[in-house]
Design a protein around this ligand. Structure first.
Ligand code: HEM
Length: 409
């Protein structure tokens, strides 16, 4: 737990607060607190990237529309620039790294259609969650990640997009393969899986778009191809395909970890679990507190379009600025008793979903899923407890989640 930082060494580089380093993987909050207090605006010369750790600075950065995202626009050698290799077309990217006017051109119609779908399908989404929880073991010990936290987000997004039942098993496999793209320490074997999974998904999405053009159904792919045909959405088939895949990749691991981190927190804080059970009206606030306390995505970044002052420091055009969402969410300047997990108090807004024009497009869906899971899971298993285990946090830099979480019911 992050408490007395007086004896803690202040991190000197971004790597020291990432999951590459075992101490930071197990407890990122202690080094982040030391950094926030000693050096809240840090220039990491090795990584050629700035790092912000205070809430106000992080919020200011993500909300500032003058900053850009396309990695090729960043200084040579900086962290975002390292994502781009010479072989890939760096302009072929989803909204995650796109800048205006292309970002707005694609995000606006996609978000409108996606949110309409989520609203329309809320009962179906909840039914998928209820069925998955009902199918989990009735007694004994099981891995909550495998039985519940991993399958739910992929089943939900498959239903929203309109994946055929008969292809669901393949779709799940390809989704798991492409998520390997987030792991910089993947093996050669895993890289091969990543490539074949991505190719299979490309082919399947292309097939789906063709099929839905010929015969629309009640799903997001049908909505989008119709918007393209009517001219209401101005994007190419390739842009649509890339962004539908972004919904798949962006939403799976993150929501899995929101579920896993939340269950872990509640089982470690029985008083908070009792408060949630006693008052289901706290469900929404509970999700926000899990997001604040153990944010599944711990950092985001921006690239400066021009020389300017950021967080009181002079910075140069093309410089990359990382910001720690995990640190901002524990800043005592914004949150009272920030290291206490407390769902019963109304807190200021966290930054777990980033902010400004790039704020997470999937936030409403993640909130619906997590709220329903916490409610139904603790209803089905009133005596759920943590099994004896050595917790292993994912070694994926800038993500925060558990590899496995064994529970007894
Ligand atoms: C707890 C779950 C989630 C967390 C913590 C999370 C976090 C984030 C963060 C931090 C960003 C970057 C925001 C910024 O730079 O300002 C982001 C962007 C994004 N997320 Fe999520 N996300 C979650 C769930 C989802 C879901 C469910 C989906 C889709 C179904 C999704 C799709 C995306 C996409 C496409 C972007 C890029 C948006 C843009 O740049 O315009 N995310 N998310």
């Amino acid at each position: 737990m992050a408490d007395d930082t007086s004896t803690v060494k202040v991190p000197q580089g971004i790597i020291e607060i990432s999951a590459f380093v075992p101490e930071a993987r197990n407890d990122p909050h202690t080094p982040l607190k030391a950094l926030r207090e000693a050096c809240p605006v840090m220039r990491d010369e090795m990584a050629k990237t700035w790092l912000l750790t205070r809430y106000d600075d992080v919020r200011g950065l993500v909300n500032d529309r003058s900053h850009v995202r396309l990695p090729i626009k960043a200084e040579e050698g900086s962290l975002p620039r390292r994502l781009v290799d010479d072989e890939t077309d760096s302009s072929r990217t989803s909204i995650l790294f796109l800048d205006d006017p292309d970002h707005a051109r694609i995000r606006q119609p996609l978000a409108k259609a996606f949110y309409a779908r989520i609203n329309k399908m809320k009962p179906e989404i909840e039914a998928i969650i209820d069925d998955t929880i009902a199918a989990a073991p009735a007694e004994g010990a099981f891995d909550l990640m495998e039985a519940i936290a991993v399958p739910i987000p992929v089943l939900v997004i498959a239903r929203i997009l309109g994946v055929d039942e008969s292809r669901l098993a393949d779709f799940r496999q390809w989704s798991e393969d492409v998520i390997l793209g987030l792991n910089p320490m993947r093996t050669e074997d895993e890289t091969a899986r990543l490539i074949s999974g991505a190719e299979a998904l490309d082919a399947y999405f292309t097939e789906l778009m063709t099929a839905r053009r010929a015969g629309p159904r009640d799903d997001l792919i049908s909505d989008m191809v119709q918007l393209l045909a009517s001219g209401e959405a101005d994007m190419s088939d390739d842009e649509l395909l890339l962004n539908l895949q972004a919904l798949l990749v962006g939403g799976n691991l993150t929501t899995t970890d929101l579920i896993g981190n939340g269950v872990w927190l509640f089982l470690n804080h029985p008083g908070q679990l009792a408060a949630l059970k006693a008052n289901s009206g706290l469900g929404g606030q509970a999700v926000e507190e899990v997001l604040r306390y153990e944010a599944p995505v711990s950092a985001t970044s921006r690239i400066l379009a021009e020389d300017q002052q950021v967080a009181g420091c002079p910075m140069k055009a093309r410089q990359a600025v990382f910001c720690s969402l995990a640190s901002a969410n524990r800043d005592a300047g914004t949150f009272d008793a920030p290291d206490a997990f407390d769902i019963t108090v109304k807190r200021s807004s966290h930054v777990a979903f980033g902010g400004g024009p790039h704020i997470c497009i999937g936030a409403p869906l993640a909130r619906i899923e997590a709220r329903r899971v916490y409610q139904k899971l603790f209803e089905r298993y009133p005596d759920m407890r943590l099994a004896e285990q050595d917790l292993v946090w994912r070694a994926l830099p800038f993500f925060r989640g558990l590899e496995t979480l064994v529970v007894e019911v």
